[in-house]
Ligand binder design. Structure first.
Ligand code: M6P
Ligand code: ZN
Length: 192
């Protein structure tokens, strides 16, 4: 049977704001949506009681979640810190673990953390960076700057997001401010 043909389409991207039009889904992630992910529980609680800050937004144009389809979305990751740890995305593996992803950074930014098993990778990213997330690697973006980090992502529509493993185990390293500069610190538990 012949597959149903989709009509070609184009989207309009505002490079500065990251707004994608039309966007059929718009996710806003506040600190309350990522409880326990930052290292400083006291700073997290204080911010939650103040104004539950908006950490990032994702604008996406949905297509069917079928093999062969590609999803296009933009992320606007705001500048800020929870304690000394920079604002970041939740981070995820793909449910379909062999699905890769490409990021094109449009403005601002900082670091792209990736990990698989006990391997960890960090890429510095900024305007014009094209970053490749290979199959199997979990990925998280961190804004170490003073302006929003805006990037476009393209990935297979049937990849799916597996947040559970990151919520449980976190990433192997965190990005914190030390004397105003980003520094990576290991989250490995020290053997006692
Ligand atoms: C990128 C893509 C999206 C992802 C978004 C936010 O735009 O990887 O699939 O949803 O970043 O990241 P997360 O889903 O980890 O919160
Ligand atoms: Zn992904």
């Amino acid at each position: 049977m012949k597959p149903t043909l989709m009509d070609p389409f184009s989207l309009t991207l505002d490079i500065t704001s990251g707004q994608l039009k039309p966007a059929t889904s718009h996710v806003q992630r506040r600190l309350s949506h990522m409880r326990g992910m930052y290292g400083d529980a006291v700073a997290e609680q204080t911010l939650l009681e103040q104004d539950d800050p908006l950490i990032y937004e994702v604008f996406q144009y949905d297509v069917p979640n079928d093999n062969g389809q590609l999803l296009v979305c933009t992320t606007v990751l705001y500048p800020g810190q929870v304690g000394n740890e920079y604002y970041m995305t939740k981070g995820h593996y793909h449910v379909k673990a062999d699905a890769a992803e490409v990021y094109l950074v449009l403005s601002g930014c900082g670091k792209l953390l990736m990990q698989v098993d006990d391997r960890f990778s960090v890429l510095d990213i900024g305007p014009g960076t094209v970053a490749y997330v290979p199959p199997y690697w979990a990925h998280r973006t961190v804004n170490t700057g003073r302006t929003p980090c805006v990037f476009l992502a393209v990935y297979p529509a049937d990849a799916g997001h597996d947040y559970g493993r990151i919520e449980r185990d976190g990433f192997l390293q965190r990005v914190v401010a030390h004397a105003g500069e980003p520094r990576l610190i290991s989250t490995h538990k020290q053997a006692s």
